[in-house]
Design a protein around this ligand. Structure first.
Ligand code: 5GP
Length: 176
């Protein structure tokens, strides 16, 4: 790890906010069983920490998806590299995402999963970068709203590096 990383959100701030998000989810869902769908790979840390704070029955599934073509012009189409293992019809589903930027990925995924007829479908994202939004996406649970900067850590990568950092930071491009 040669790059200098400037801390934007500390490990302690993340832990505190995730506890609050779990309380928000519990307030909305009570004792009802829920299905968490993590979007690989960026959501793994949030999934692990958030799931352990929830007290009701929780099923966990993962999808691996990638944006399709040019997000400037695309209609928000994505390629599904790994689909769900379990049916979600009639289930209360919460998507667990690392960051919503343009909204391209989540806009498509929400439409795609709605077709599978879950009882409810919500979106939980650790980070929200609303400045760059191109598609109107409703984020039900947001960890932190951040400025339009490229961030790494706590699951988020730069060329597959930095996912294991316990905090969220920005790569300092002024340093050599
Ligand atoms: P969107 O489709 O909303 O434009 O982009 C969502 C995806 O882009 C995220 O799941 C993430 O993989 C990637 N992404 C967007 N902004 C960032 C960022 O600041 N850092 C990293 N590491 N990935 C990002």
């Amino acid at each position: 790890m040669n790059d200098k990383i400037n801390v934007l959100i500390s490990e302690e701030e993340i832990a505190k906010r995730i506890s609050e998000m779990a309380e928000e989810i519990t307030k909305d869902t009570g004792d009802e069983p829920i299905v968490l769908i993590g979007i690989l790979k960026g959501s793994i840390m949030l999934m692990a920490d958030l799931a352990r704070k929830l007290k009701q029955d929780v099923k966990i599934d993962f999808m691996d998806i990638s944006s399709y073509g040019d997000s400037d012009t695309s209609s928000g189409e994505i390629k599904i590299n790994k689909d769900l293992e379990y049916a979600i019809e009639g289930e209360n589903v919460i998507i667990i995402e690392d960051i919503v930027d343009t909204g391209t990925t989540m806009s498509y995924l929400l439409d795609h999963l709605r077709e599978k007829k879950p009882a409810s479908l919500k979106l939980c994202t650790l980070l929200d970068k609303p400045e760059n939004r191109r598609f109107d996406v409703k984020c039900d649970y947001i960890g932190f709203e951040i400025p339009n900067k490229f961030v790494v850590g706590y699951g988020l990568d730069y060329a597959q590096k930095y996912r294991n950092l316990p905090y969220i930071g920005c790569v300092d491009t002024t340093e050599k």
